[in-house]
Design a protein around this ligand. Structure first.
Ligand SMILES: [Zn+2]
Length: 112
């Protein structure tokens, strides 16, 4: 049985921070490639070491253990601290944009 200690962060993988990342970026970022400034390790955020609690998440480099970024949600404020994250890149899926026809001028059918 793992007792929940207040203030104790659970150390998990980056997938656990997916909700925070979604909140932050408005999209799923767990597949984004994050590069570490300290050791040049580059891996998906899902592969980062995450420390998560109710207030936020800390993502740590799996290569060297340095903090990549810290995200906090406290008292209605969001705080993002960039640590050793030197680069973050992700693929942009082609959005299924609704077909917008040429902005045709609606013929005004005036019935007199
Ligand atoms: Zn590193």
């Amino acid at each position: 049985m793992d007792a929940a200690h207040p203030g104790h962060r659970t150390r998990v993988d980056g997938n656990a921070a997916g909700g925070f990342l979604l909140d932050l970026f408005g999209r799923d970022m767990t597949g984004a490639q994050a590069a570490c400034a300290h050791c040049d390790h580059e891996a998906a955020l899902a592969d980062a070491v995450a420390e998560v609690d109710d207030a936020g998440a800390i993502l740590l480099c799996r290569g060297c253990g340095h903090t990549l970024l810290t995200y906090l949600r406290v008292d209605g404020r969001r705080t993002l601290s960039i640590g050793g994250l030197t680069r973050l890149r992700w693929a942009v899926e082609e959005a299924q944009a609704p077909e917008v026809g040429p902005a045709g001028i609606e013929p005004t059918t005036s019935t007199v």
